[in-house]
Design a binder for this molecule. Structure first.
Ligand code: G1P
Length: 295
C-alpha cells in the first residue's frame, strides 16, 4: 500500500432523482426507498459504503425526499414497542439501519441538472479530500462489496478509480463508456471516457456502473457547468478532464450489478437477493422452480 494516499472517509449518494420510470409507485415515495428484499435501495448502498470504511454519508437530496433521512434516524417508539414485545431480531435490524450521530449530511440539488451538478452540490461538504460516489439505483452483489474492492485499487494506485462492467454493444447509449486502449484486464488505466455514446461510436463495451473514487479536483471541472449528453451536466465529462493529469483506473469488480432504476433490473434484484436470504432463500428458490415449470 502506498502511504501517501489520503484516506477515503466521505461518500456522496445522489438521491434527488424523480424516479419517473417507477410511476405511480414513486409519486410520493422516493425511488431510493423501493425495497429489495427487506431493505430499501438506499440502505443497501449505505451498507456497501460502510463496509468499505466510509464514515461520513452525504445525501444530495431534493423535494419530497425527507423519508430518506427519517429512515436512518433513531425511532424511539418503534424500538420501545419491539423491545416490549420481545422482537429482538427486528429490533436488531431497526438499530442496524440507524446512522451514528454526526455521520449523515444533507445538501440539496434544487433542479435536476444532471449527475455532475448533483455531485457539485456536495462540494463544500467534501472539501479538499478524495471521496466516493455511489449511485443508489445500482445494487452490486458479490462476495465483497464493490467499493471495498475499489479501495484495494486505490491503496495501490491512488488517484481516481471507477468500477466497470461489460455491456452488450447495443446498450452503450445508456452508460458512461470507458476507453482503456484495448486493455481488458481486471485493473486498467483509463485513456478516455464518453457519456452514453451510440453503439457505433462507443470506444468499447466497458460501462461505468455507478461506483466512483474521485479526487477533489473533479469539482474544478464540474464548476464550469458545461452540459453534455442529454443537455445535462455530466460527471463523466468532468472525470474525463482528469485523465493523464492524475492516476485513473478501472476495476472489473468481482460480482454483478443490478440496475434497480429499471423495472426489470428491480424485479431481477429482488429475486436474486430473495434467493440469497438466510430465512426465505430456500422457499424463494422453490417458488421460482415451481413457476418456471409452468412456463
Ligand atoms: C449515470 C452515469 C453513467 C453511468 C450510469 C450507471 O447515468 O452518468 O455514466 O454509466 O449512471 O448507472 P444515468 O443512469 O444516471 O443516466
Amino acid at each position: 500500500m502506498s502511504t501517501h494516499n489520503k484516506p477515503i472517509r466521505k461518500a456522496i449518494f445522489p438521491v434527488a432523482g424523480l424516479g419517473t420510470r417507477f410511476l405511480p409507485a414513486t409519486k410520493s415515495m422516493p425511488k431510493e426507498m423501493l425495497p429489495i428484499n427487506d431493505k430499501p435501495l438506499i440502505q443497501h448502498v449505505v451498507e456497501e459504503a460502510r463496509e468499505a470504511g466510509i464514515e461520513e454519508f452525504i445525501f444530495v437530496t431534493g423535494r419530497q425526499k425527507e423519508m430518506l433521512e427519517e429512515h436512518f434516524d433513531f425511532q424511539p417508539e418503534l424500538e420501545a414497542t419491539l423491545e416490549a414485545r420481545g422482537k429482538d431480531d427486528m429490533l436488531a435490524k431497526v438499530r442496524d439501519s440507524e446512522m451514528p450521530a454526526g455521520s449523515l449530511f444533507l445538501t440539496r440539488q434544487p433542479k435536476p441538472l444532471g449527475l455532475g451538478h448533483a455531485i457539485w452540490c456536495a462540494k463544500k461538504l467534501i472539501g479538499d479530500e478524495p471521496f466516493a460516489v455511489l449511485l443508489p439505483d445500482v445494487l452490486i452483489k458479490g462476495e465483497q462489496g464493490c467499493l471495498r474492492q475499489m479501495m484495494g485499487v486505490y491503496d495501490e494506485h491512488g488517484g481516481n478509480v471507477i468500477a466497470v462492467e461489460d455491456v452488450p454493444r447495443e446498450d452503450t447509449n445508456k452508460y458512461g463508456i470507458v476507453d482503456t486502449g484495448g486493455d481488458t484486464g481486471k485493473i486498467a488505466a483509463v485513456k478516455g471516457l464518453v457519456e452514453k455514446p451510440k453503439p457505433e461510436d462507443a470506444p468499447s463495451t466497458s460501462s461505468v456502473v455507478g461506483r466512483y473514487i474521485l479526487q477533489p479536483e473533479v469539482f474544478d471541472h464540474l464548476a464550469a457547468f458545461e452540459t453534455g449528453a442529454g443537455g445535462e451536466i455530466q460527471l463523466t465529462d468532468a472525470m474525463a478532464k482528469l485523465i493523464d493529469v492524475q492516476p485513473f483506473h478501472t476495476l472489473n469488480f468481482d460480482g454483478k450489478s443490478y440496475d434497480c432504476g429499471s423495472r426489470l433490473g428491480f424485479i431481477t434484484a429482488n429475486i436474486i437477493f430473495g434467493m440469497a436470504d438466510d430465512q426465505i432463500g430456500k422457499d424463494v428458490k422453490a417458488i421460482i422452480k415451481n413457476i418456471a415449470s409452468t412456463l
